[in-house]
Structures are given as C-alpha cells and as structure tokens.
Write a protein that binds this ligand. Structure first.
Ligand code: ATP
Ligand code: MG
Length: 407
C-alpha cells in the first residue's frame, strides 16, 4: 500500500464535534453581529502581497516571519491572508464603498500564518471579525467592543474572560510617547532582544508587545503613555470608557496592550482568558484611522476586532446537537418503493429523514439508535411510527406523519 499522506503541518480537519463547535462559534457571532446591524462580507483568501506588507507594518511578526507569500504562475507576488482587516479595507476602496459610510462589516473564514504549531496555534486557523468603517466617535468603538462581549456571553464564556483596554492616543500623543520610549529603551539597548533592537529603530511602541522575557522586564519600568496624552485623546478615551459602562461591558485599563500590528491608534483592546495558558487572547482589536488612506484610499477612520475560532471552540461547552434524522425503514425488499415515497414526503415538509442503504430491520433499527434518531418509521403492510426512546409504536397514515414529526 502507498504511504498515507498526512495533513500539512499546522492544519487540521474539522469533523464531528470539532466541526459542531466551530460552526456554533461562527453562527453565534454571525447572529449577534446582525443584531448590531453588521452585514457579512467575504473577501478573497489571497491578495496582492502589498495589501498586507504595506499595512501591517514592516516590523510586525506577521509580515517579518509569518506570511505565506508565493509567486503565482504569472509572476505576481500573492499572499494567503494572515488577517481580515487589510482585505476588508482593500475591498472598501476598490468597491467604491468609501462613498457610502458607515460600513459595518462582519466576516468569518480561514487565515494563514507560518507559525510554530502548538495548542491553539495553527498555520491555517479561522477568525471571526468585524470592522466599523467611517465614524471616528468613541461610540463606534464602544459598540464594536460591546458586540465582542455579547458574543462571548452568548457562547457562555464571558465569565472566564476579561477585557483589557488601553489607548495609544492620537498622532501627537503617540509621537511624544515614541520619543520617550526611544530615550528609555536606548539606555538598555544591549539588553533588548534582536527583534526589539529593530523595533527601536522602526516602531518602538511594538517593544511593549514583545513576548521575550528580557524585553518584558524592561517594559515593566518603561514610561507610560498616560503622561503623553493630549486633551483630545484623553477625552476620547474617557468617553469610550463611559460608553462601555453604559453598555455594561466590564473592563480594566492595561497600559501594556499595544497590539502587534502597526496600524492602530486611540483604542487597543484584548479579551483575555486564563484558561488557555500562553494562548490567552481570544478576541482583540483596535482603532485604525490611518489605514484606508495608507492603502491609497480617502481618509476613512475604522475600528474592528478579530477572534480566533479555534480558541473560542476550545473554551465553549459542547454545543447542543440536533436530533438525527428520522430513520425510514422498509420491512422487506418489496417495501422500498413506498419507503422512498415516505422519505420524499417528509423531506418535502422540511423534516430531516434518511434511509439506510442496506441491512435487515434489526440492523437498521440498531443504526438509527446509535445515530441518535428520536423516531423511526417502519414501512411494511402497515405504516408504523416508532418512538426510539421508549420503544412505543403506533399506526399512522402518511398524512399524520409529517404533522406528528414536526416539532
Ligand atoms: P498571538 O499573540 O497569540 O500570536 P496575535 O496578536 O498574533 O496573537 P491577532 O493577529 O490579534 O493575534 O489575531 C486575533 C486572534 O486570532 C488571536 O487572539 C487568536 O485568537 C487568533 N489567532 C492568531 N494567530 C493564530 C494562530 N496561529 N492559530 C490560531 N489562532 C490564532
Ligand atoms: Mg501572533
């Protein structure tokens, strides 16, 4: 026998309960997003590499180490999307939608990052996310965050998750802070990790987000953003926290939340759990007022977040399973024709029904029980409805059937 090919490293198949969990997360999010007035978009899973390289920042881990980029047969550089925001902004611009704002976007789908696979970290993973494009008011941030909180509540995991929130200020506050960070970290230049030495040149704020042990020690005593905040930026943040209180979203200020991508300003936040060890961030995002302009579009402020479906799937309780389809069982070979009529009738009435492809009555009943069916219909000289839970059996007509099985 030939070798059995294995799934590519960092990818996984979704079947059975894994699929049920995944689907439950996505459908719960989709439903909540609709309640907040967000409509769904789907953008391609691959884009021109520049859609990501120009926007995520040249010092972000995603761009420097994690992108799945390749040259296609026409010689163009293509990248499998590592995240959703850049593609949505690209679609906003190329679709001419910057004329019809606000746009409130929900998306769900696979993302790709070349990372070392471990629990909760894959090379193909899935995200749900939202983007609210247009308004620059803190109310937009609050609604977007409130939607994230609601989804976590609907999934039954809000109790294990806390919202950590920070402000990165406006351009003026950020520049002032940047200067302070450069001064501080330059004093410890030799102690910084190689990555952070580079960040010191290009985007010193990113050092605050470093996962390196040594960096983290230095970060603990680094200057805080607060002192550099302009009046406007402070007012924005205060207003946001006030709205969060109105929306009843518990939150705590955390000055170390800066997010890994370069395009954030003002709001940055993460919903964090202690239940998943090192992979504790389940939903994260922020405001990105300069991104659309940076991509060549007009100035369109935006706020959004993304959440890892795999990590959410691990946290939720097994979702309720729908009962298996009604089992249609012909008593003998001659009864197959009538059994097929029953099968067609039930499906026509939107009742899930299936008929096995082989086996005697006993085998078929065993299989129906094992599959978790609530009812079987036995088709012989008579038509009988069998309740598989208590074994009770009653004669029925085909007209009765669809009425009784519709629950
Ligand atoms: P991390 O710090 O864990 O690497 P990140 O900052 O790279 O996360 P984001 O880019 O903010 O993550 O993506 C949002 C969410 O997507 C994360 O909080 C996480 O739940 C999920 N996620 C990111 N990368 C992966 C991955 N490789 N496998 C599974 N889920 C992921
Ligand atoms: Mg990462």
């Amino acid at each position: 026998m030939a070798n059995i090919l294995q799934p590519t490293r960092g990818t996984r198949d979704l079947t059975g309960e894994d699929m049920a969990r995944h689907q439950h997360v996505v459908e719960t999010a989709r439903h909540s997003a609709a309640l907040y007035g967000f409509g769904e978009w789907q953008t391609p899973i691959f884009e021109d590499t520049r859609v990501f390289s120009r926007t995520l920042g040249e010092t972000s881990d995603v761009v420097t180490k994690e992108m799945y980029s390749f040259e296609d047969r026409g010689g163009d550089s293509i990248t499998l999307r590592p995240e959703g925001t850049a593609g949505v902004c690209r679609a906003l611009i190329t679709g001419g939608l910057t004329q019809t704002l606000p746009q409130k976007v929900f998306y769900a789908g696979p993302m790709f990052r070349y990372e070392r696979p471990q629990k909760g970290r894959y090379r193909q993973f899935h995200q749900i996310g939202v983007e609210l494009l247009g308004p620059a008011t803190p109310l937009a941030d609050a609604e977007t965050i409130s939607l994230g909180w609601r989804i976590l509540q609907e999934l039954g995991i809000a109790g294990e998750v806390g919202l950590h929130i920070n402000t990165l200020g406006d351009a003026e506050s950020r520049n002032a802070y940047r200067a302070q960070l450069v001064e501080y970290f330059s004093r410890y230049r030799d102690e910084l990790s190689e990555d952070s030495k580079l960040r010191l040149e290009k985007n010193p704020l990113r050092i605050l987000d470093s996962k390196d042990e040594g960096d983290r020690k230095l970060v603990a005593d680094a200057p805080k953003m607060q002192a550099c905040m302009t009046r406007d930026a402070t007012a924005f943040y205060d207003s946001l926290l006030n709205y969060l209180t109105i929306f009843e979203v518990p939150h705590q200020h955390n000055p170390h939340i800066v997010r890994g991508l370069d395009y954030y300003n003002h709001t940055a936040f993460e919903f964090v759990t202690t239940a998943l060890g090192a992979q504790g961030t389940v939903l994260a995002g922020g405001r990105y007022d300069g991104l659309v302009e940076q991509m060549g579009g007009p100035k369109v402020p935006g706020i959004g977040w993304a959440a890892g479906v795999e990590r959410l799937s691990m946290l939720i309780a097994p979702p309720p399973t729908a009962p298996a389809p009604v089992a249609i069982i012909p008593m003998g070979a001659d009864d197959e024709g009538r059994a097929l009529e029953v099968l067609k009738t039930l499906r026509a009435h939107n009742i899930a029904a299936e008929m096995g492809y082989s086996g005697n009555v006993k085998k078929r009943l065993e299989r129906a029980n094992k599959a978790g069916a609530a009812f079987a219909v036995l088709i012989g000289a008579r038509l009988e409805l069998k309740n598989l839970a208590d074994g009770g059996q009653t004669d029925v007509t085909i007209e009765d059937l669809s009425r009784q099985l519709r629950t």
